[in-house]
Design a protein around this ligand. Structure first.
Ligand SMILES: C[S@@+](CC[C@H](N)C(=O)[O-])C[C@H]1O[C@@H](n2cnc3c(N)ncnc32)[C@H](O)[C@@H]1O
Length: 523
């Protein structure tokens, strides 16, 4: 499975209403400012999977103000239909979408798609959609912590077939602990929701009791947790410890707990400083723009004129390793939704963009039309496709576990299994060798993945070079690209981590985890 790390379009991104302030960890090179940030630390054990036990407590405060987006600091769009508990539709939708993600392995982005997403989400007004995204963002970023609390708050397991009880509790706890939603409102709506679900109804009192106890004991319960260790699946946290060391693994997970800013890539002819001033953005060391509060992407200056596209700062780096591509025939393999395609075309390359997914290629077409860029778009399976003629240069952004994108896709860690890594690594190795055979002699290929797992990055290149297959690495030279200091490995490859570029302003820090290596065909 892969994630669209190059979000080129407007998408459905807006500001998140009512988020409570949370801390962040620091670590890694290239701080964006000179001050150290704070991160709350708790004592306590490691990650435990969700578990249910029964509990005790007092009755819910019925008649509480269980409001909607307005409760969380956003404006309400207008009066609601009579006899619907205020705030219930958005929480019901949040519970339904959370269930799809964590029980049915559906990607959050698919469920929140404005056209094909979950019907309960699509039925919501704009402000309620923003509230739902805020709730689910927190529920997934803090999933380990919330699961640990539910386990501690219950005395014995809830029987199976309790409907949505688990998800109702998670959505309510996310609001109570991490969003500016009134406690009584979150409890009241959660209880009403359980009451409206045939399977969950017998556990209405339990939901009420658990949430009431959470409110009473929150300080003690939170003080007893180690959020950083809890908020990644245990197997993944252990891998990151093994690969990067304990301190960096903690910094990675801490970065995932923060909502990231919005990164934009400008067309090369544009003036970054002038656009930063116009958009209220910061120019990042590598030239991308970063906005802390974006609102609706489609309403930002320059969107309709096609001046820029949405792309994480790390995702913008691999294409730059190809150097000057003006006039070259370049294949962009695994191209959708087209962030790197846009970079190549805007730099003057003659681009052939290939991807297996017709749906995702539609987004490439839409994005290139908005950006007035001309590219050839091909739907093909890289396992079978053969080009008519070799290319001067190739970018291969191979399908991967996307564990580097958890800042922007907080569902990602919870959707993965450890076995996915080997499955995808086999595909990556195959595609890499095929793609190299499509290069002209002397041609350059950049291989990249948005994964933190070395099997999908460093190990691929080591294995390839060990074969002596007419290919050599072209290491990234010091100073070759401004801002890359600290992001290049001893072998000359690119390795970015979510904890790089830490900042006291959480949304200003971090970048996606990417690996990229530059290879030259010498045979
Ligand atoms: C990481 S995403 C690419 C992101 C894109 N390069 C960008 O910057 O916007 C990986 C892509 O690989 C595509 N893909 C997966 N398997 C493929 C295959 N067998 N052949 C071609 N493309 C494939 C997926 O559809 C997905 O769009």
């Amino acid at each position: 499975m892969s994630a669209g790390n190059g979000q080129t379009g407007g998408g459905d991104r807006r500001g998140q209403p009512g988020q409570k302030k949370t801390g962040r960890a620091n670590g890694g090179p290239n701080r964006l400012d000179n001050r150290k940030g704070n991160r709350p630390h708790g004592a306590g054990g490691g990650k435990r999977p969700f578990a249910q036990k029964a509990g005790t407590g007092t009755g819910a405060g019925k008649g509480a103000n269980a409001g909607s987006a307005a409760d969380a600091g956003a404006q309400r769009p207008g009066a609601r239909a009579a006899k619907v508990t205020p705030g219930l539709p958005v929480r019901r939708a949040a519970v339904a979408v959370l269930g799809k993600v964590v029980h049915n392995n559906r990607m959050l982005a698919s469920e929140l798609d404005a056209v094909n997403g979950h019907p309960l989400y699509r039925a919501l007004a704009d402000n309620d959609r923003a509230l739902l995204r805020a709730i689910l963002g927190v529920a997934l970023r803090r999933r380990g912590q919330i699961s640990d609390l539910v386990e501690k708050l219950l005395d014995r397991p809830i029987p199976e077939k309790t409907g949505r009880v688990e998800d109702i509790l998670h959505v309510a706890i996310a609001q109570i602990l991490f969003l500016d939603v009134a406690d009584h409102a979150a409890v009241s709506v959660a209880v009403d929701e359980a009451g409206g679900d045939r399977m969950a109804r017998p556990y209405k009192g339990l939901v009420n009791a658990v949430l009431r106890r959470l409110i009473r004991e929150r300080d003690t319960l939170l003080a007893d947790q180690d959020p950083v260790a809890l908020n990644a699946p245990g197997w993944l946290f252990q891998r990151w410890r093994d690969t990067y060391g304990a301190e960096t693994a903690r910094a990675i997970t801490a970065a995932h707990m923060e909502e990231p800013g919005l990164d934009l890539t400008l067309k090369p002819a544009e003036n970054a400083a002038a656009w930063a001033a116009r958009l209220g953005a910061q120019v990042l060391p590598t030239g991308s723009l970063r906005l802390v509060e974006a609102g609706r992407v489609e309403e930002l200056d320059g969107f309709s004129e096609g001046t820029w596209w949405v792309q994480d700062a790390a995702a913008a780096l691999p294409v730059r390793l190809l150097g000057d591509v003006a006039g070259l025939n370049v294949a962009d393999l695994c191209a959708a939704p087209g962030g790197k395609t846009a970079q190549l075309a805007a730099a003057g390359a003659k681009v052939t963009a290939v991807d297996i997914s017709n749906n995702r290629l539609k987004r490439v077409s839409e994005n290139m039309a908005r950006l007035s860029l001309d590219v050839e778009i091909l739907a093909a399976d890289l396992g079978k496709w053969e080009p008519a003629a070799p290319f001067d240069a190739i970018l291969l952004d191979a399908p991967c576990t996307a564990t580097g994108t958890a800042r922007r896709h907080p569902d990602m860690p919870w959707l993965k299994r450890e076995s996915d890594i080997a499955t995808l690594a086999e595909i990556q190795g195959r595609f890499l060798r095929r793609a190299l055979s499509w290069l002209k002699p002397g041609g350059v290929l950049v291989y990249c993945t948005c994964s933190l797992e070395p099997e999908e990055g460093e190990r691929q290149i080591e294995a390839l070079l060990a074969e002596g297959a007419g290919v050599e690495r072209v290491p990234i030279a010091s100073g070759e690209i401004a801002g890359l200091d600290g992001l290049v490995t001893a072998s000359g490859d690119l390795r970015t981590l979510p904890c790089h570029w830490p900042s006291d302003q959480p949304r200003m820090g971090g970048l996606d985890g990417f690996f990229a290596s530059r290879l030259k065909r010498v045979g």
